[in-house]
Design a protein around this ligand. Structure first.
Ligand code: SAM
Length: 174
């Protein structure tokens, strides 16, 4: 299961400490590694959405054995079908790369002013800057490039893409 890289998680941990969010939304729980990191370095309630039932089950069991279990709410489903009424100070988008624009568009209304959207994998193992021969991979990389261009153009957000870990965009709602 792919999880956030060391440099990326270091930045995530520091950002949640600086921001001290009341509520965090994560899209893409996987085994719960990043959710646990965010729980450990904040006092936030964390809602985290996972589409894969096996990953959801694994993460539920993993998180239930920790002292953070009461602050992490796992939601099973496709994030694009999950409607949430909560307002968040921090949103971590870390699910299907091809859908990043859709996740961002859908959940930005749940983000408070000065809230942060954190998106990972924007360099995608360096492939965004390399020449690729597989057609599927090339299409995915095109979508990531498109997201990179799109996200910096969003006028209601102040965004910068950092060459940290696998490439991270920090977008702050104006
Ligand atoms: N955030 C995790 C971490 O760093 O520990 C890693 C998440 S992993 C890169 C991406 C996860 O997103 C996978 O477990 C995948 O099943 C899930 N996913 C993909 N598409 C999704 C969707 N539409 N809604 C919710 N989860 C999705």
């Amino acid at each position: 299961v792919p999880i956030i890289q060391d440099e990326g998680v270091a930045l995530l941990r520091q950002l949640v400490q600086i921001k001290n969010p009341i509520r965090i939304l994560e899209i893409g729980t996987a085994i719960g590694y990043s959710a646990l990191n965010m729980a450990r370095f904040s006092n936030a309630i964390i809602d985290t959405i996972e589409i894969n039932p096996e990953s959801y089950q694994f993460a539920s069991e993993f998180i239930s054995k920790t002292i953070y279990k009461d602050r992490i709410n796992l939601i099973l489903g496709d994030a694009l079908d999950v409607d949430l009424d909560n307002q968040y100070d921090f949103i971590f988008i870390d699910a299907a790369k091809a859908q990043y624009i859709k996740f961002f568009e859908k959940f930005k209304r749940n983000l408070n002013q000065s809230g942060i959207i954190f998106t990972d994998n924007l360099i995608f193992h360096g492939l965004v800057t390399e020449e690729i021969h597989s057609r599927n991979l090339r299409q995915l990389v095109m979508k990531i490039k498109k997201y990179n261009e799109w996200v910096v153009e969003q006028e209601d957000f102040d965004t910068y893409i950092y060459n940290i870990g696998d490439g991270i965009a920090i977008s702050i709602k104006k």
